[in-house]
Design a protein around this ligand. Sequence first.
Ligand SMILES: Nc1nc2c(ncn2[C@@H]2O[C@H](COP(=O)(O)OP(=O)(O)OP(=O)(O)O)[C@@H](O)[C@H]2O)c(=O)[nH]1
Length: 311
Amino acid sequence: MKSTEVYIIGGFLGSGKTTLLQHIIQQEKEAGRKIAVLLNELGSLSIDSALIEDQGVPFREMFDGCICCTISEKLEAQLHSMLHEYELDAIYIETTGAAHPVEVVDSIMSPLLADRLNYRGIITVVDISRWSERSKLTPQIRQLLVEQIVHADTILLNKKDILTESESSKVLFEIQALNSEALCLFTDHSKISLKDFQNRKFSLKEKSATSKHSIADLQLQTIIHTFKTSISYESFEKWLRGLPDTVYRIKGYIGFTHSQYPFLFQYSYGTPVMIQELIKMPLNIVIIGQNLDKDMIIEQLRALEKELEIE
Ligand SMILES: Nc1nc2c(ncn2[C@@H]2O[C@H](COP(=O)(O)OP(=O)(O)OP(=O)(O)O)[C@@H](O)[C@H]2O)c(=O)[nH]1
């Protein structure tokens, strides 16, 4: 029986993992290989799935927990069912931004799957602008960023467009000091070539998690809101500007009054990006951060909707 390559894609919230996955899927399709994708989301809702679904490869989603801890046993079952259903060359697992990669490796190293899977390493995507300002993050998040780097086989130093050359060189130096074995590549929108990581050699034996991580330790919260109506773009922007620094990530679909169809809204480390959709989408957004006042945020979002009802 042929064995299926497995790659783990890790990296903090908003670093560029889904963007990378989109490039990978495209290149794998061009190479004529059959692949599947497994997505893990912290909350009970996936925005990324729509982005991956469009690419027409088999994919599964695992919600409401992190495959490296709270729902690790479900990962084994999902992998099992994918291998049963499809004849695959490779499976890519996109972890939540809060996952500890080594514990994900532990989860896939199941005796039941050992002869079917060919584990091929961890690709960690680092948002280099976030890394260079890591002193603003809590010690737990900083530790997670370090662990994601230390255990990687390939490291993408992503968002190179945001930093100057000398700032980028400093980041490279710091990251190589943490992991001199990994291949480090500067990337713009996670653009790499498949052969960069597929030809890598790596060793599983050297890896061991230095600390047991759990989502609870990181105290990351997810807030989900479904808009009932379109909202004003100006009011939304104003709300965004007032958000605390501890909002790490927002993604979702938002309907604005100036447009018939919603926008895919992405916000990572203070930078918002919007892409116009061409069809109706469910108006859900997911907000991920620390020390957030959930009730207040939901109230503020509802107020954005009501504002237009009153007018
Ligand atoms: N400026 C800039 N933005 C980028 C780059 N790569 C990705 N982004 C943007 O960063 C945001 C987050 O990218 P994603 O690929 O969704 O990140 P992710 O790691 O999958 O996010 P989570 O699933 O929330 O953990 C999106 O708005 C991307 O368009 C880059 O190289 N430069």
